[in-house]
Design a protein around this ligand. Structure first.
Ligand code: TXA
Ligand code: MG
Length: 350
């Protein structure tokens, strides 16, 4: 096997979360308060999914429009049937194949679930994460609700900003106002794949670690892809064109398009960041007036490091972030998607 660009995180990265901390966090959720917790994808900002006031607190903390649905997280002992009108056979197949893990399913919501979690839509997004701290929290909270508790949790960042992949990122977003369980760095690093099954067929709403090919393998049919032509697709904030953005303007383009921008920045005495694979960056990798970051050559490693990198570049005192567009291949689809949305935030005003 080739050497990895970055060693995978080990359990030693993760500070120990005690049983007492888990219980304290579950008690907060029970009382309608918010708790930030780690998942294998990104940190979530959680509240009791069946308590509309708790859900309203999530929207208020994030500054997110109330029409945007949030994902309901279930523990490994949770019961997806409780949340949905009916569990289609395809949903059960995907659950068996990918839960616990980075896959969210959009299904028809059961009538007794308050619509606040769905932004008023008739569906509900469900996911069982694999991170042990998330699982412990979700099962502890579920136990307080007769096994049926679910935790509504969007990514623990302010609306439109970069998702957090460490407890420190959450503190950077919200200060000390939010209780955070520190489960170390997130292993996947970008948000879950979202598959909509609420309309009688499978449709990909958001790409992630689990690819459309893996979904097709399980369902025997490929999910519809989000090409913008699906006018009945449910609203999902992660599907907005401009999302996941750093504060520093970001441009995403093939390296040959970035090179003239690097020359122009040099002529103007402006310091910019360049994120590109070393194999593509040529002399710019060593230019003293460029803040060069060698992009990981492996898509999974890139995804894991992406949001931490964007946050670091926001602190790097550069006028602009120039990012090499990755190859247009399935392996890079999720990373290209997040980078494309980060860049789109600046396209009206480059
Ligand atoms: O990996 C993840 O999914 C992370 C972790 C915390 O689990 N969560 C996350 O949540 O990314 P958030 O809210 O930032 O993004 C959830 C996406 C949004 O695009 C939301 O609109 C969509 O899921 N979503 C949730 N429920 C939905 C529903 N009922 N119908 C359509 N989209 C839904
Ligand atoms: Mg988000």
């Amino acid at each position: 096997m080739p050497p990895r660009a970055t060693p995978p995180p080990t359990s030693s990265d993760a500070p120990a979360v005690t049983a007492a901390q888990i219980e304290a966090a579950a008690a907060r959720l029970d009382a309608g308060e918010l708790v930030a917790f780690p998942t294998e994808t990104v940190y979530g900002l959680g509240g009791d999914a069946e308590n509309p006031e708790a859900v309203a607190r999530i929207y208020a903390a994030k500054g997110r429009p109330a029409t945007h649905p949030v994902i309901v997280h279930l523990g490994p002992h949770g019961d997806p049937q409780y949340w949905v009108d009916a569990l289609p056979a395809d949903a059960q197949k995907l659950i068996d194949a990918f839960w616990p893990g980075p896959l969210t399913l959009i299904l028809k919501r059961a009538a007794h679930i308050p619509p606040a979690v769905s932004g008023g839509q008739d569906s509900v997004g469900l996911r069982t994460p694999s991170h042990p701290v998330a699982q412990a929290l979700l099962d502890a909270f579920g136990a307080r609700r007769g096994g049926h508790g679910g935790v509504a949790a969007p990514s623990a960042n302010r609306f439109g900003h970069v998702s957090p992949t460490s407890a420190q990122h959450v503190r950077d977003e919200f200060g000390s106002s939010i209780y955070v369980l520190d489960g170390g760095r997130c292993e996947v690093g970008i948000e879950s794949t979202i598959i909509d099954l609420s309309r009688g067929f499978a449709a990909l709403l958001r790409p992630g670690r689990i690819t459309p090919f893996e979904i097709a393998d399980v369902l025997g049919v490929a999910p519809r892809l989000p090409d913008g032509s699906d006018a009945t697709a449910p609203r999902a904030s992660g599907t907005l064109k401009a999302h996941y953005a750093p504060r520093t303007p970001l441009t995403l383009a093939p390296f040959e398009v970035l090179e003239p921008l690097l020359v122009a920045a040099r002529d103007a005495n402006t310091r910019v960041a360049l994120v590109a694979r070393r194999s593509c960056a040529g002399v710019w990798a060593d230019a003293h007036d460029v803040h060069f970051v060698a992009a990981p050559e492996d898509p999974h490693v890139y995804a894991r490091e992406l949001y931490g990198l964007l946050r670091a570049l926001d602190r790097a005192d550069v006028a602009r972030i120039l990012v090499e567009r990755l190859p247009d291949t399935p392996a890079w689809a999720a990373v290209n998607d997040r980078l494309g949305r980060a860049a789109a935030a600046f396209e009206a005003n480059p």
